[in-house]
Write a protein of this length. Structure first.
Length: 202
């Protein structure tokens, strides 16, 4: 399936096959899921079945004190929580398709793309929230901004120096032009965003 035209509010621009591969990694690679869970937003998935799967994974992760996830536990939870059999069967079929894909050659690139994407989204939300707080003069909520940014800084699955939060080729492909940035005024945030917020990213 080809890549769909989409803004970056969801993963549609990377296509649904990417989304399914990512969910496979999240289920099978417990360490990666644990590292990225704090910035993982199920609403960024375009398929409703995948949104439900990721939502349930996050609930399980917190309900059972971060116990390792597996397909059986996931299916049991879904069968218990969803009464609509048509909807449930679609989700089960999606899980079976994901599980039966034995190719793991995509793991590293998929992980890097996912970490980069969810960090971007979390940071952009933090900047938007900061803007609202400044407009309201609501200084009591400044710690909320720091928490959101710190969650992004704490997620670092890839220690190598080649990993970039904003990959230039990725940005060019998405925007059709070089990325032009506007500094946020915070040196730490601007370093994370490689110069600031790019035009069209808010």
């Amino acid at each position: 399936m080809g890549k769909t035209k989409s803004n970056r509010e969801n993963l549609g621009f990377l296509d649904q096959e990417f989304e399914k591969k990512l969910v496979k990694i999240l289920i099978e690679d417990y360490k990666f899921f644990g590292n990225i869970e704090s910035i993982l937003d199920q609403n960024c998935f375009t398929l409703p079945e995948l949104r439900e799967i990721v939502k349930t994974m996050k609930e399980l992760y917190h309900d059972v004190e971060r116990a390792p996830l597996n397909y059986d536990a996931l299916l049991t939870r879904l069968k218990f929580s969803i009464s609509d059999m048509v909807r449930l069967n679609k989700i089960i079929d999606t899980i079976k398709e994901i599980r039966d894909n034995t190719d793991k050659s995509f793991y590293t690139q998929c992980k890097e793309d996912a970490e980069r994407y969810f960090k971007q989204q979390k940071l952009l939300k933090a900047v938007k929230e900061a803007e609202k707080i400044l407009e309201r003069g609501d200084y009591k909520n400044y710690p909320k901004i720091g928490t959101m940014i710190q969650e992004c800084l704490d997620v670092n699955c890839f220690k190598n120096e080649d990993f970039k939060l904003f990959d230039e080729d990725w940005e060019d492909a998405l925007n059709g032009k070089a990325r032009i940035t506007i500094p946020t005024g915070s040196e730490h945030i601007d370093d994370m965003l490689h110069g600031g917020i790019g035009i069209g990213e808010l």
